[in-house]
Design a binder for this molecule. Structure first.
Ligand SMILES: O=C(O)CCC(=O)C(=O)O
Ligand SMILES: [Fe+2]
Length: 323
């Protein structure tokens, strides 16, 4: 664990994660190349960036802007939504705390469910008064993009482009708007502790750099460069399960700085609340026996309710010992 926090050991290197241009994804030849590039990215890093993804700059900018404005609201307004109950569909929370090992996490967040939008949006904050409209537009677009990317991923796994389409379209989308205020001692602090996401995949939009991944090739923490207009896509635990470990969920953490506030919007996509993600039977054979238990988003919430996610990873509870 201690290694995870040893931020001073050296200046973090940059991870040159692939940048995938989605332009032309409906042209078979181009699609073939995109499928291959995504497959390679999932194998080597578990994360990639996408450009020409179809979400307009204004929708992206306005989502970040309304996120900033939400976190700037007076505390009185935000605490209306405060809760430690992990089952709540909408909650505001803070992980700014002093841990036993003197590690602090420097993040406040607003979590809300988002798909289908009409089921959840009335529970979202009503101030700033354009929060629902702006964050709603972005969430909708992110949901569509996630379904498209999942199709490219299942195609690359040899399962076909529609393998999960229906389930993703009807699945859970959890939006985390994260705010990392300027931190007086950034060298002693992380914004968010090392973790992998429970999701199939996560789409991440950020106002400035700060995300680092653990490069599984050399076990070093590396920063992800910021590319104008790009979105990051990372492999989550449920995709690791689906692929029978061919792809592994990417471990990531967030650095903070002393100068400026960083906002990120993470959109986590999975199947329905009680729908179990299982390993695709097409990816199980004698050489690759089934290596994971099935689980749902609801199972993840049960895990979270009873465990400290900083100390224990959800994916470790899903591995079958005898695989
Ligand atoms: O703020 C970030 O860059 C990452 C956020 C994240 O990992 C999460 O919300 O799960
Ligand atoms: Fe994450």
């Amino acid at each position: 664990m201690a290694d995870n926090y040893n931020k001073k050991e050296e200046e973090a290197q940059t991870a040159n994660v692939p940048v995938i241009d989605m332009n032309g994804m409906h042209d078979p030849a181009i699609r073939h190349r995109i499928v291959n590039d995504i497959s390679k990215a999932c194998l080597s890093y578990g994360i990639f960036q996408v450009v020409n993804h179809g979400i307009s700059e204004s929708v992206m900018d306005e989502a970040l802007s309304v996120g900033f404005r939400f976190f700037e609201l007076p505390t009185m307004e935000k605490v209306k939504l405060i809760s430690n109950d992990v089952y709540k569909p909408v909650r505001y929370g803070s992980s700014i705390k002093d841990g036993e090992d003197k590690v602090q996490f420097w993040r406040v967040f607003l979590k809300h469910y988002a798909n289908p939008l009409e089921e959840w949006i009335n529970l979202w904050p009503d101030t700033p008064q354009d929060y629902r409209e702006k964050m709603g537009k972005y969430s909708n677009e992110a949901q569509k993009l996630a379904t498209k990317i999942m199709g490219l991923i299942t195609e690359g796994l040899g399962l076909g482009p529609k393998y999960l389409t229906n389930k993703m379209e009807k699945g859970m989308q959890v939006i985390f708007a994260n705010c990392y205020p300027p931190c007086p001692q950034p060298e002693l602090t992380l914004g968010l502790a090392p973790h992998s996401d429970y999701s199939c995949l996560t789409i991440l939009h950020q106002s400035s750099p700060g995300l680092q991944i653990l490069d599984s090739n050399d076990k070093k923490w590396k920063g992800i460069p910021s590319i104008e207009g790009a979105l990051m896509v990372n492999v989550g635990d449920h995709l690791e399960v689906l692929s029978n470990g061919r792809y592994t969920s990417v471990k990531h953490r967030v650095m903070v700085n002393s100068e400026s506030t960083r906002i990120s919007i993470a959109s986590l996509h999975s199947m329905g609340m009680d729908e179990k993600m299982e390993t695709a039977k097409e990816l199980i054979d004698q050489k690759h026996p089934k290596a994971y238990k099935e689980s749902s988003f609801g199972d993840f919430l049960n895990f979270l309710a009873h465990n400290d996610f900083v100390k224990k990873n959800f994916i470790d509870t899903l591995r079958l010992d005898d695989a």
